[in-house]
Design a protein around this ligand. Structure first.
Ligand SMILES: C[S@@+](CC[C@H](N)C(=O)[O-])C[C@H]1O[C@@H](n2cnc3c(N)ncnc32)[C@H](O)[C@@H]1O
Length: 478
């Protein structure tokens, strides 16, 4: 489950029923200290979703007995991933944190759960959502109004002949930061039955979905594939197109469609909640690149690994006497590269564990911008030829004071962040041969510690530039 998901440690049903009394009647005692609900009871499931949205998000929601009942932990996982995408997409931009984020939810369902959750978590987000089913459309409109979000969530009626990405066709001057979707999964009724039978002990929870919610011609991969084809002409007007998928095989099919249309800037993640696993793909025509923590499934197995996009994060282990000294070494390597600009990374954090230390600190990383390759051997030879023997001025060291000013290059062709992280190995535990002096009475020689220099590609279209930049800097730092 996502690191910020409030349901990571499970749900205490007894506590929840105290906060939301209607849940009481559905509680079942499994042991003296443990209560749950019957997930095969539709009414109990709806009550659980209402209870979680009420207690944890202050949302009032009306769910229909004959429409899907959205499980909150899974829907929240998707919204949290989008939050990550938005904040990483703005990494290299000067932006006002309050500036509005525009999202699309394709097929918002009877609950409208995605825009309701997202607008509760993010006060600066606005949505245009679509729905094809009149019954769900009406209930979604009710839920949006009941939560006084009409000014932030606009709902549009779709139909069988409309484009799937309808909100992007309504006003062609409008730009969006992302689109999201939980498409109908199955290709036919037979597909639904087969899938239920395939689960050994029957499905874990009862499915209350109507045909329009669950079935689409060609199944979910065809639905999202159509979205990919539509996006080919919309391109950067939406920064990130994303969709959830119920089967890994569908994710593989969508990735094939992306690749066959030369879309290399794509991402793949998974949402795990209890025994249920879902996947989500995303793609972009912009030059924004997302870190591996968002763009790839970490610790994936070989079946999944072959679908993952190329790495945008590269980690280089380095030994140094201290963080400060390593920081200075990296800084001097960067100073020696002509025609790049680098700054103290304003987002720099002291540790790889964002939960523990969320305060940005100076001295832990850099943000580097370049217009072209000036570091590779061939680029340096080319420069030398052009300049003859005249010495190059060193243009590069721009302090963090400048970083705060408007002198930042706004749309460089290439951007990379470099973070210096303490290795997980405890201080002093890693003592490589030859680096310490242990003889008694000899002057103390500083012990080296192990660090990781982490490069993250943030912007650009040419992967070779990122690879060659990382190998140049890490080669010099070592
Ligand atoms: C699996 S449900 C997801 C509902 C909700 N977003 C959720 O996650 O709980 C799929 C939804 O997409 C709607 N839908 C199907 N085809 C659509 C289309 N072409 N345009 C808009 N909505 C569509 C269905 O009516 C249904 O409400």
């Amino acid at each position: 489950m996502h690191i910020r998901n409030v349901y990571r440690d499970g749900i205490d049903f007894t506590q929840l029923s105290t906060a939301y009394l209607p849940l009481r009647k559905y509680l079942i005692e499994t042991s003296k200290s443990h209560k749950t609900i019957d997930f095969k009871d539709q009414a109990a499931q709806r009550c659980l979703t209402e209870a979680l949205l009420h207690r944890d998000f202050n949302l009032k929601i009306r769910l229909l007995p004959d429409r899907l009942c959205p499980p909150v932990p899974n829907r929240l996982n998707y919204v949290l991933w989008l939050q990550d995408i938005i904040s990483a997409s703005r990494y290299v931009e000067e932006h006002d944190s309050k500036s509005i984020v525009h999202g699309i939810d394709v097929g918002t369902g009877a609950s409208a759960i995605f825009p309701l959750l997202a607008c509760t978590l993010e006060k600066s987000w606005k949505f245009m959502v679509s729905e094809i089913d009149p019954y769900s459309f009406e209930n979604a409109s009710h839920n949006i109004s009941a939560n006084k979000l009409d000014d932030r969530i606009q709902i549009v009626r779709s139909n069988a002949t409309s484009p799937i990405l309808l909100p992007l066709y309504i006003d062609e001057d409008r730009r969006f930061d992302f689109s999201m979707c939980n498409p109908p999964f199955y290709s036919s009724l037979q597909d639904v039955t087969q899938s239920a039978e395939a689960k050994e002990n029957g499905p874990n929870a009862v499915c209350t979905g109507a045909e329009v919610e669950m079935i689409t011609s060609g199944g979910e991969s065809a639905f999202v594939g159509k979205m990919v084809i539509e996006s080919l002409s919309i391109r950067e007007r939406c920064r990130w197109y994303t969709s959830m998928l119920g089967k890994l095989s569908s994710a593989a099919e969508v990735i094939d469609i992306l690749k066959s249309n030369s879309i290399d800037n794509y991402i793949l993640t998974e949402f795990v909640q209890g025994q249920t696993r879902r996947w989500a793909v995303g793609w972009s025509y912009t030059d924004i690149r997302l870190p591996d923590s968002i763009s790839r499934i970490l610790n994936s197995n070989p079946t999944i690994a072959k679908y993952l996009p190329a790495h945008n994060t590269i980690q280089q282990p380095v030994l140094s006497v201290s963080r400060k000294s390593l920081y200075e070494t990296v800084s001097s390597v960067l100073s020696s590269i002509s025609h790049i600009q680098f700054y103290d990374d304003p987002h720099g954090r002291d540790t790889s564990d964002m939960e523990i230390d969320t305060e940005p600190r100076a001295g832990v990383g850099f943000l580097v911008f370049a217009q072209e390759d000036t570091w590779s051997r061939s680029a340096r030879r080319r420069q030398k030829r052009l300049l003859g023997d005249s010495a190059r001025p060193n243009l590069n060291l721009v302090s963090s004071v400048l970083a705060a000013s408007a002198e930042r290059v706004p749309s460089s062709r290439f951007a990379c962040s470099i973070h210096i992280k303490e290795s997980l190995v405890k201080k002093g535990a890693f003592v490589p041969a030859g680096n310490t002096v242990t003889k008694p009475n000899s002057p103390a020689v500083p012990t080296t510690q192990s660090f990781t220099v982490e490069f993250t590609w943030r912007q650009g279209r040419d992967r070779r530039l990122f690879d060659s930049f990382c190998s140049h800097v890490s080669g010099k730092v070592q």
